[in-house]
Design a protein around this ligand. Structure first.
Ligand code: FES
Length: 132
C-alpha cells in the first residue's frame, strides 16, 4: 500500500554540492517541506558526503526504504514491488516541494530533475578550469 512506503531523502554535502552550491539551504528546505506536507512519519532527511556526480550538484538521492513484506519473494515466483528511487541533479530550492509531494507523497519519480551522467566526468573543476 502506498501510504506505508518509507523514504530517505539524502542531500549531498560534499565539497562541491555543500561548499560551492549551498546544499545546507537545500537540506533545510527539504526538512521544512517534509513537515509542511505532513510526511515526517515516513520520510527521513539525511546527509551524504558525495555521490560522485559533483559537476551536476547539488545532488539529492530519494530512496524508498520500505521493508519488504514477509512472504513470497521474486526468487520464489512473486512479482517484485516497484521501488521509487532517483538521484536528482542540480536541485534548486524551487524543486523541493515537487520532489517531496510527488516522490515521497505519491511514489512518482520527478524525471525532469534527473540528468544523465555528465560528459565532464564526476570531478569538479577548479576555478582555473583544471580538474581537482
Ligand atoms: S560533492 Fe556532491 S556529488 Fe560530489
Amino acid at each position: 500500500m502506498l501510504s506505508e512506503r518509507r523514504y530517505h531523502i539524502t542531500v549531498c554535502r560534499g565539497p562541491e554540492c555543500g561548499d560551492r552550491r549551498g546544499s545546507r539551504a537545500l537540506y533545510e528546505a527539504f526538512l521544512a517541506s517534509v513537515a509542511a506536507h505532513r510526511l515526517a512519519h515516513r520520510c527521513q532527511v539525511r546527509w551524504q558526503s558525495c555521490f560522485g556526480r559533483c559537476t551536476q550538484g547539488p545532488n539529492v538521492l530519494v530512496r524508498e526504504v520500505t521493508p519488504e513484506p514477509p512472504g513470497p519473494t521474486p526468487e520464489n515466483g512473486a512479482a517484485a514491488s516497484p521501488r521509487a528511487t532517483a538521484l536528482y541533479n542540480a536541485v534548486d530550492a524551487v524543486n523541493v516541494d515537487e520532489v517531496v509531494s510527488q516522490h515521497v507523497g505519491a511514489g512518482v519519480v520527478v524525471r525532469a530533475l534527473i540528468q544523465p551522467p555528465s560528459l565532464l566526468g564526476s570531478r569538479a573543476l577548479s576555478p582555473s578550469g583544471s580538474r581537482r
